[in-house]
Design a protein. Sequence first.
Length: 508
Amino acid sequence: ITVHVPQDSAAVSVGANEVAAAIQRAADEPIRLVRNGSRGMLWLEPLVEVDTERGRVGYGPVTPGRVPELIDAGMLRGAEHELRQGVVDELPWMRDQQRLCFARVGITDPLSTSDYEAHGGMRGLRAALAKKPSEVVEEVTASGLRGRGGAGFPAGIKWNTVLQADGPDKFICCNADEGDSGTFADRMLMEGDPFCLIEGMTIAAHAVGATEGYVYVRSEYPDAVRALRRAIDAAYAAGWLGEAILGSDLRFDLFVRVGAGAYICGEETSMLESLEGKRGMVRAKPPIPAVTGLFGKPTVVNNVLTLASVPAILADGGQAYAELGVERSRGTQVFQLAGNVARGGVFETAFGITIDELVNGYGGGTPSGRPVRAVQIGGPLGSYVPPERFGLPMDYEALGEAQAMLGHGGITVFDDTTDMAAMARFAFEFCAEESCGKCTPCRVGAVRGVETVDRIVGGQDRDGNLAVLNDLCELMTDGSLCAMGGLTPNPVRSALEHFPEDFLKEAK
Ligand code: NAI
Ligand code: SF4
């Protein structure tokens, strides 16, 4: 009997380790306990799954105290119980997804190379190694894959720039600094299917001619760091990293580096500075990292999800990937539902699904049943979107036209008790806290922003201060060196536009 208990840190944070121990203690017959990643239905964690003839049957959320009762009720055979959720793959949340990047997350043992291969792993790298580097780049270009970190720059064009760059030393750097609030897909992928990222980076290395790669992981993700390091060791042992990868002449070495808790180190040039052992300060662009990157060498910098989307693209062809999605947003996006939402987690599907389908449909609205007042899409620097606009499709252009942004695909839900003026103030506060300090609009503007919001809310020369706030937002948007200062006005402006009443405290 095979029993799966996730080792994902979200599941562990609600007691998955204790549940796993309780199952081993209480099992009345021999079991094989697999610590898988999370399926992404976080409201059901710890979600215990048992192999049955009908498929994997899930029970959740399981507490250690209920394990003996579940075992007595026949959980190990998939029997009925009030916590039984049914065959996991048939649950609407799972059934309705198109999982390419997350195809194996929650299914395989994250550290088993044989499990990885048995579930389609390494097909992409094998296909890539049979192609010339330029053909691999063409395949990625044909897929329409765009940077999943947030900016959405076409991955194939970036790779081509690095391929064309001169010099024997090139690097592949994976940005796993996932600093956006309400996002956790990078972490879940690294904990739940680290080989997928390793495979994607190795394909990138072949495509551009790099021999060394770094994964820059935020320090807040110790479990992901551990999983990646163990997976890298296993990949070396399997001949998937190092010399003569899969018997080819490709050599690629991969290292993990851990950040030190600065949001700005998720900005690619800051991340490179940090990787070089310096303080995380933003570099002016150009030159872009694709030309002058790590240690001044041509460097691919991609987000975890971008690189982890590549194995499927090479395995099944760029065309198949490009058939999914809408307009210029091709393929799938791993959406993350968080905040005040009844059913939070990851939902990977083709671009084009609406905000309403995700938030009120799959997410089930708020846990208390109070109305949703707004969602913030794309992290703390994303715009607030009111329910009137929930018909918008989730794609780069449609959101951009609506003065919002997709970012890293995170959606944070707020109910009607939220004070949107306080949220606007928080955007400035956050920027003041996390600014690298290199340029004035951001370093000084964020501090002045907090003060100005306070004056407006306090009823002090409201019109004058609103004009100052508008000027400040314009200056930060146009004059900041990087997206940190440049995007901070997004939450502020959208809160002002859609919820002006919250800025009129006296009238309330
Ligand atoms: P950007 O638009 O400056 O650059 C996008 C990427 O394209 C960069 O890697 C850049 O080097 C590359 N690029 C541009 N022109 C190129 C060319 N001709 N050839 C090759 N490569 C080229 O945007 P940036 O500043 O890198 O990212 C901003 C985004 O980051 C925001 O939109 C936000 O959504 C997102 N973000 C994500 C966070 C997360 O935790 N994932 C945190 C904060 C922001
Ligand atoms: Fe640094 Fe802010 Fe300027 Fe970016 S915008 S370079 S974070 S001071």
